[in-house]
Design a protein around this ligand. Structure first.
Ligand code: NI
Length: 148
């Protein structure tokens, strides 16, 4: 069987956000999000770690063209979100709370389509929000909630 190698690369972007649900009262928002509901927002130095997987190319000995992966992630994600206020991005401006859970879901959706062009699969997207908090999306995992 052909060995499949996983390759991970990290990208950095700084952005601010405010956790707020428009349909909830000020009190409910504060009770739900605490300081993260501060009207002025707050910033994070996000680290996006992208993991791709595929067979090793016989000619190059590599699983992916790293320069091509960089240009794709930089163009689609870093340049779009770095030094921005996430709440003002069309992705979040309407009704989607720019929590890092939702952020990593949107980023994975955007990248999943484009990495196909490199002949590989995206098998994990991780967004680190702080040194304590990180959010992983494993696309092959079931998307539905498990009911016990
Ligand atoms: Ni935050």
């Amino acid at each position: 069987m052909t060995p499949i190698v996983h390759f991970s690369r990290r990208y950095r972007l700084s952005a601010s956000h405010r956790l707020h649900v428009g349909t909830m009262s000020e009190e409910e928002n504060y009770a739900t999000f605490g300081k993260c509901n501060n009207p002025f927002g707050h910033g994070h130095n996000y680290v996006l770690e992208v993991t791709v997987a595929g067979p090793v190319d016989a000619a190059t000995g590599m699983v992916v063209d790293m320069v091509a992966l960089d240009s794709l992630v930089n163009a689609q994600i870093v340049e779009r979100f770095d030094q921005t206020h996430l709440n003002m991005d069309p992705l979040f401006a309407e009704a989607l709370v720019p929590s890092t859970e939702n952020f990593v879901i949107e980023v994975e959706k955007m990248l999943q389509k484009s990495v196909c062009a490199l002949g590989i699969r995206l098998v994990r997207a991780r967004m680190e929000e702080t040194s304590n908090n990180s959010f992983d999306l494993l696309p092959q995992e079931p998307r539905e909630r498990v009911v016990f």
